[in-house]
Ligand binder design. Structure first.
Ligand code: AP5
Length: 217
């Protein structure tokens, strides 16, 4: 594939809601030939299909809480079973210490990229986000057409959990349950913090510099 340097690393993208994990994940996965695994996207797909898991997850997601660990761990382990020989880019998993411990038993994590963004920036980003249900494209009303996906022509929508009240709850949930993973991975010497408030392109350059160093170790 042109422009792709495939690597067999397993990378985690960590960060608060709206930090830019999904946006960077698409670029990184493409550039490094990694399998992009987003637990948020997987859960939304289950909801759209009306599965038992989707029904159980819906209430948690729409109120800004985490879906219980046992459901998430079972879902992600099943996903890992179907993976071939490719490095993984985990977006939105793990989100609790219990999930990180379950991952440790299953796969070696090479690096954790922690995107840091101030709270006021997060609120503006998430409340202005529009997504394409057809291809997963992510846009923002401040710089993109708010209605039509430029990648596939699909109609853009606002996620039901992208409103100020739910975002506040998601941020609280992040601070109490996910932020402890920063210390968890720092203690293992694999945490790399990147300023997520810089431009998308500059952020991608910074992340690429980290991955290039790892690749050449
Ligand atoms: P999930 O879908 O993972 O949502 P999230 O973590 O809250 O993250 P977001 O998708 O909101 O933000 P993002 O960091 O990907 O930002 P994005 O790139 O889109 O999870 C949803 C729910 O599912 C959870 O609340 C939970 O209930 C459940 N769930 C999922 N995983 C779970 C797990 N492991 N355990 C338990 N429950 C789980 O960017 C946001 C906006 O900003 C976009 O408009 C984008 O264009 C813009 N933007 C991005 N970067 C920049 C930049 N550098 N400059 C300017 N604008 C930017």
């Amino acid at each position: 594939m042109e422009g792709v340097s495939e690597v067999l690393m397993n990378i985690i993208l960590l960060g608060a809601p709206g930090a830019g994990k999904g946006t960077q994940a698409i670029k990184i996965a493409k550039a490094y030939g990694l399998q992009h695994i987003s637990t948020g996207d997987m859960l939304r797909a289950e909801m759209a299909k009306g599965t038992e898991l989707g029904r159980r997850a819906q209430g948690y997601m729409q109120s800004g809480q985490l879906v219980p660990d046992d459901l998430i761990i079972a879902m992600i382990m099943e996903r890992f079973d179907g993976l071939g020989q490719k490095g993984m880019l985990l977006d939105g998993f793990p989100r609790t210490v219990a999930q990180a411990e379950a991952l440790d038993k299953r796969a070696k994590v090479d690096a954790v990229i922690n995107l840091t963004v101030p709270e006021d920036v997060i609120m503006t980003r998430i409340c202005g986000r529009r997504v394409c249900p057809a291809c997963g494209g992510t846009y923002h009303i401040s710089r993109d057409d708010p209605k039509i996906c430029r990648a596939c022509g699909g109609e853009l929508v606002q996620r039901p959990d992208d409103n100020p009240e739910t975002v506040k709850k998601r941020l609280d949930t992040y601070l109490s349950q996910t932020a402890p993973l920063v210390d968890y991975y720092a203690a293992r010497g694999i945490l790399h913090s990147v300023d997520g408030s810089i431009s998308i392109e500059y952020g991608f350059m910074k992340i690429s510099a980290i991955l290039e160093k790892l690749k050449n170790r």
